[in-house]
Design a protein around this ligand. Structure first.
Ligand SMILES: Nc1ncnc2c1ncn2[C@@H]1O[C@H](COP(=O)(O)OP(=O)(O)OP(=O)(O)O)[C@@H](O)[C@H]1O
Length: 682
């Protein structure tokens, strides 16, 4: 190599500085220029913080002043070794990407290095973003590298907080959590008045998009229910139904996924119900006891109700006996302990009533677990059920009440009256639109409670439930009036469910025949029934007389409920095979493609297991004559069903090079797969 002329070289910037940021031969007589214009060296940057680029004064660097990006020395890209001293102190001054319009400068703001540490890595979200009002925008990202981060212990680490550095004002308004305000979303400054509107301009006071509440806040608010609403399943992640235009493109043998599986609305509804069943309450064990008698995991159903512990409360619970969910209704602050024989009598009487339109009563007991003496009643739980009042007039979306609904409800409630009266019992005031729950389609309703509370606090329980008591007959006659009142209140609000005004509920003494006649939206037959139910005649009302007014409507209800049952059966039959096929695919995947099989002679082309490989390709990796992958779900399902049934039908499996083929039956394949699976599970 020729000797370099020092006079000529002294004005030329040293290439080592350009590439590495420093020149190790500088002290050994490197003739090139290491002067003032060169970028600050790494060591200088560490020892003299003032030499670090000040993000606040970021200027457009030139190619000469900014070293090119170098993966070996750039802190942001150097894989760190935890505990390595050399790396703990190594750092880099800057890396920059420069182009005509925009500059990105990355600097470290402390002398110590960042490590492969999630806490340190939050620097990206805590980036300092500058807005430059000239035509070229500078995006300067400051990487705070917290000291002593070399030994990261994920288990003892503080909660990850996308923190703010001094250059990023923290948003103290935690109310917006977890949703960022629109103006700050994505960290983009929508108000930047940059001339060049195409430049993405970001300001210093950009709020990090996901700002969690401060950890030490005294007013820390936990989500009132788990899982919190924002973490609920994203139902739209499932494939939506195909538009009609695409359906026509299907070949005769093809079916869309929607034709093969459960319809989206039913799946979504069932998923939501499952979610409600599985909900847990975070403070269980503190505010609310974690176990009450044989029931655990208490979740208040009306958890928005303040001071709910002093009122009648409903909890969703799980039974320790059968693991099923139930509803626990707690009657708090009982003055004195109830006579156990009274409690057991109530249980014996009411647990006998079996009616599809009455929520089944399961258990009753006294407890001091809530800090007082409470009586607890246990009922079947129907997730996401709403009262008639809430379903038609309060909750969104509202389901407008129609004449058909009125008939369906009337038939079902008559069924409840019939079942309860036939046991010499009565319903009482609980026959109202807040205690009748909609539990499913089409308009399926269940009465949630009967007169338990009256019975519990009535000292003369024997009279109340005696088989010949005239008191009971009187109460039973009142039940018809309560039914009339309920049906009247629904009818009078038929037009109301479409607008936002609160539904008007009439008391029994407010209802008269004139009001019934004035209702334009109700047909005359229904008005006659209302009059029959609400009349003060001496003639005793009974179920037989009542249904003579609308027996034809009972056929309508029977018809709709049978049609719905058949529809659900057909949906169920579509899903019937899923569990079986899922187990089969699991089995196949467990044995197929294992690393050890690559060196196992049995899986080679001449091995005994080779048909499994070919079959897997045959089922899942079909290609057309041009070698283009084919995705035919029907083919997959057909093959798997035949395999599962182990039929004698033979199929030809061809090797990818098409030079060899195997003719094998599904039965033989099934045996082969079963024996292979057994061999790896033993
Ligand atoms: N068995 C049940 N399964 C599912 N949800 C229920 C059940 N019983 C009640 N609910 C839900 O709880 C809500 C409140 O029911 P209810 O009015 O009976 O309770 P409450 O307000 O404690 O009664 P009370 O009027 O005696 O104080 C109902 O609208 C319904 O959404």
């Amino acid at each position: 190599m020729d000797k370099i002329n020092p006079d000529w070289a002294k004005d030329i910037p040293c290439r080592n500085i350009t590439i590495y940021g420093y020149c190790k031969k500088e002290k050994e007589g490197c003739p090139f220029k290491h002067g003032d214009n060169a970028a600050p060296s790494a060591t200088a940057a560490i020892n003299d913080p003032s030499t670090l680029l000040d993000v606040g004064e970021a200027t457009t660097p030139t190619m000469i002043s900014v070293p090119k990006f170098n993966a070996k020395v750039s802190a942001s890209f150097t894989p760190m070794i935890v505990g390595s001293d050399s790396l703990a102190t190594a750092t880099t001054s800057a890396s920059a990407i420069t182009n005509a319009g925009s500059n990105v400068i990355m600097t470290t703001t402390s002398g110590t290095a960042s490590t492969a540490n999630p806490i340190a890595n939050h620097a990206v979200s805590g980036a300092t973003l500058l807005n430059n009002n000239n035509s070229s925008s500078n995006m300067s990202i400051s990487i705070p590298t917290t000291a002593s981060s070399s030994n990261y212990d994920p288990f003892n680490a503080p909660i990850f907080t996308p923190s703010s550095t001094s250059s990023i004002p923290t948003n103290t308004n935690t109310a917006s959590f977890p949703f960022p305000s629109i103006t700050n979303s994505g960290g983009m400054n929508t108000q930047a008045n940059d001339d060049n509107s195409s430049n993405m301009s970001m300001t210093n006071n950009v709020t990090p998009p996901m700002q969690p509440p401060p950890v030490e806040s005294n007013n820390l608010k936990y989500p009132s229910i788990y899982p919190p609403p924002h973490s609920l399943l994203q139902y739209h992640l499932y494939a939506p139904e195909q538009p009609a235009s695409l359906k026509s493109l299907l070949r005769p043998n093809e079916r869309s996924a929607n034709q093969l599986f459960i319809p989206n609305d039913i799946r979504e509804d069932l998923t939501k119900k499952n979610l409600s069943i599985l909900q847990i309450f975070p403070s269980s064990g503190k505010v609310i006891p974690s176990i009450v008698q044989d029931y655990f995991n208490l979740v208040p159903l009306d958890f928005n109700n303040n001071g709910f512990l002093n009122k009648t409360t409903l909890f969703k619970v799980f039974s320790n006996y059968d693991g099923k969910p139930y509803v626990l209704k707690r009657l708090p602050n009982i003055d004195k302990s109830m006579n156990p024989s009274k409690i057991s009598k109530i249980y014996q009487i009411w647990s006998k009533v079996n009616c599809t339109n009455l929520i089944k009563f399961r258990d009753i007991f006294q407890t001091t677990k809530f800090g007082d003496l409470s009586i607890c009643l246990i009922f079947d739980y129907y997730p996401n059920s709403l009262s008639l009042h809430d379903y038609h007039f309060v909750n969104f979306p509202k389901f407008p009440i129609t004449m058909n609904y009125l008939w369906i409800y009337l038939v079902q409630l008559t069924n409840v009256i019939n079942s309860i009266h036939s046991q010499n019992l009565y319903i009482g005031k609980t026959l109202n639109w807040r205690k009748v729950l909609i539990t499913g389609d089409p308009g399926r309703i269940k009465l949630s409670h009967c007169n338990f509370v009256d019975l519990l606090f009535n000292d003369d329980i024997d009279t109340v439930v005696s088989s010949s008591g005239s008191a009971i007959e009187r109460q039973q006659q009142l039940d018809y009036k309560f039914l009339g009142q309920l049906m009247f209140n629904l009818s009078v609000n038929v037009d109301n469910s479409n607008n936002n005004s609160a539904p008007r509920g009439y008391q029994l003494d407010e209802i008269n025949f004139q009001l019934i006649d004035d209702m334009k939206q109700i047909d005359d037959r229904f008005k006659d029934i209302l009059k029959y139910l609400l009349s003060d005649d001496d003639a005793k009302k009974n179920v037989h007389d009542l249904i003579s007014h609308f027996y034809d409507k009972m056929f309508m209800v029977l018809e709709s409920s049978q049609t719905y049952t058949e529809y659900m059966e057909s949906v169920l039959s579509k899903e019937l095979e899923n569990g079986r096929l899922f187990r089969l695919i699991n089995k196949l995947n467990c044995i197929f493609g294992r690393i050890e099989s690559r060196i196992d002679i049995n899986w080679s082309e001449s091995g005994t297991k080779f048909p499994i490989i070919l079959f897997y390709d045959y089922v899942f990796h079909q290609v057309d004559s041009n070698g283009k992958p084919i995705m035919d779900l029907t083919h997959v399902l057909r093959c798997l069903n035949k395999l599962d049934a182990g039929i004698q039908e033979k199929l030809m499996l061809v090797t990818p090079d098409e030079l060899n083929c195997i003719i094998i039956s599904y039965k033989e394949l099934k045996d082969l797969i079963d024996s292979t699976f057994r061999s790896i599970t033993q």
